[in-house]
Design a protein around this ligand. Structure first.
Ligand code: HEM
Length: 240
């Protein structure tokens, strides 16, 4: 459990040297953060979102419950990571986007969807606790369903950025199995087949195919984070 929780610190570990330089006002620090923030914190936010979305399908397929608490942990960590991305973008990306702080977070359609995604995380995070759950009663589930809107706004953000290529395709590859395993019919079938121990071969085959597709997208995203994160850590971000 603590290994999975430890992963939540990775984005800030990568960005720490650049952020410290920024706070200390070192030369070049604004340009470095400007070049890194979306790459490192954007990719991290996406990976955290994917990990959060993976919790329920893993329960559907395996029946495990020990990991369910990670859904909240990853969601809250995503809020802090994406919130930091938005803050740093508003402060530092003047070399790329004109129009002051507002232009830097909403000056292009893809920026609007990135910013909107962060704002959608606000109600999700504020209500990710037991007191809020009791207080909101039946409305709690409706608020948590904003996760699906967030899923769409993130895909639109990436669609506008990358078109039908690279990271957008990776995001689709990880999304497809996670979406399929949420379809009520599929979910109910899997639950009951697991409980009655029927259709074993079909379940193993389907799980392998879905895991294979997921892994293709996920490994590319991890590779992206490792490359851009390491460059940010040594304060040599690629300026493309
Ligand atoms: C939940 C929120 C967000 C997610 C999941 C997300 C995800 C991503 C991902 C995965 C990338 C590709 C990174 C790469 O090329 O290595 C990206 C790029 C980018 N994002 Fe976001 N993003 C989010 C919010 C934002 C916000 C709030 C802004 C700014 C206001 C923003 C601005 C950008 C920009 C400018 C790029 C292009 C970076 C480049 O290619 O150099 N994103 N985002």
């Amino acid at each position: 459990m603590w290994f999975f929780r430890g992963l939540l610190l990775v984005p800030f570990g990568f960005m720490a040297p650049e952020i410290i330089s920024l706070v200390l006002g070192r030369p070049g620090s604004v340009a470095n953060v400007s070049a890194s923030t979306a790459d490192v914190l954007g990719t991290s936010s996406l990976l955290l979102f994917v990990m959060m979305l993976t919790v329920t399908p893993v329960h559907t397929v395996t029946g495990w419950r020990w990991h369910l608490i990670l859904r909240r942990d990853y969601g809250v960590a995503m809020f802090f990571t994406a919130g930091t991305d938005l803050t740093l973008a508003a402060l530092t990306t003047g070399d790329t986007f004109s129009g002051g702080p507002l232009g830097r977070i909403a000056g292009h359609i893809f920026l609007v969807f990135g910013t909107l995604s962060v704002f959608l995380l606000l109600p999700l995070t504020l209500t990710a606790n037991r007191p809020a759950m009791h207080w909101l009663g039946g409305h709690w589930k409706s608020i948590q369903r904003l996760t699906y809107v967030l899923w769409v706004t993130i895909l639109i953000h990436l669609g506008f950025l990358f078109g039908l290529s690279s990271i957008f395709l990776d995001a689709l590859a990880v999304s497809a199995p996670l979406a399929l395993l949420r379809v009520p019919l599929v979910r109910r079938w899997w639950h009951s087949a697991r409980k009655t121990r029927s259709h074993r071969l079909l379940r193993v085959g389907a799980a392998l195919a879905l895991f294979g597709l997921f892994s293709i997208g996920y490994s590319q995203l991890v590779h992206e984070l490792a490359t851009k994160g390491t460059a940010a850590f040594v304060q040599q971000p690629p300026r493309d």
